[in-house]
Design a protein around this ligand. Structure first.
Ligand code: PNS
Length: 175
């Protein structure tokens, strides 16, 4: 990779548990500005996620299979160290509402303190997506609600499978 390419690599980190239409909107709009986006799925063993890191990576790869300029990987540890290893100097984060701001501001400032050479770019979530979060999508899906409007169909299917597996296990356990 040439230096110019290295400097144009941007990392879009997140839990993506699971990826939603809001994340996809950020990626698609980000590609208008950045030539290449590396989506970095955080693997934090202390955080309990519904999907394993490899499942989250696989879903993103499938959903964004038509975007050759998007790569997907999981990472562990500090985000800024991962960016350094990758030679990336920029991070993208989506901002939905004012309520996201404090968390993002803290995280962006901490990352900047740790690695002043790495800039964080905030993108406003599209107006059709500001109410969508992985958390609310999981809650709706867990209660058998329809999430087709908020996530790609493949993700909606995986959510249904995940929650029916859970139910089957609970039923099994109750026997
Ligand atoms: O989608 P999320 O859960 O809001 O993403 C948060 C994420 C993964 C970007 C953040 O937790 C992170 O960067 N984790 C890696 C560990 C790290 O670098 N922490 C210091 C940031 S203050």
């Amino acid at each position: 990779m040439t230096d110019t390419n290295k400097h144009s690599l941007v990392i879009y980190p997140g839990s993506f548990d699971p990826i939603t239409n809001g994340h996809i909107g950020i990626v698609k709009r980000g590609l208008r500005i950045f030539p290449h986006i590396l989506m970095a799925v955080a693997h934090n063993p202390r955080k309990s996620c519904l999907f394993k890191p490899e499942e989250r990576v696989e879903m993103i790869r499938e959903v964004l299979a038509d975007e050759p300029r998007v790569d997907v990987e999981s990472f562990e540890g500090l985000l800024v160290e991962y960016c350094r290893r990758k030679g990336a100097h920029a991070i993208i984060r989506g901002l939905r509402a004012v309520s996201d701001f404090e968390y993002e501001f803290q995280m962006g400032t901490m990352n900047h303190k740790l690695a002043p050479e790495i800039e964080t770019f905030f993108m406003m979530t599209g107006e059709g997506h500001f109410y969508i979060s992985s958390q609310t999508v999981k809650e709706v899906a867990s209660l058998n609600g329809c999430v087709n409007e908020f996530v790609p169909s493949l993700v909606a299917r995986r959510l249904r499978e995940k929650f029916s597996e859970g139910e089957a296990k609970t039923r099994g356990g109750r026997k």
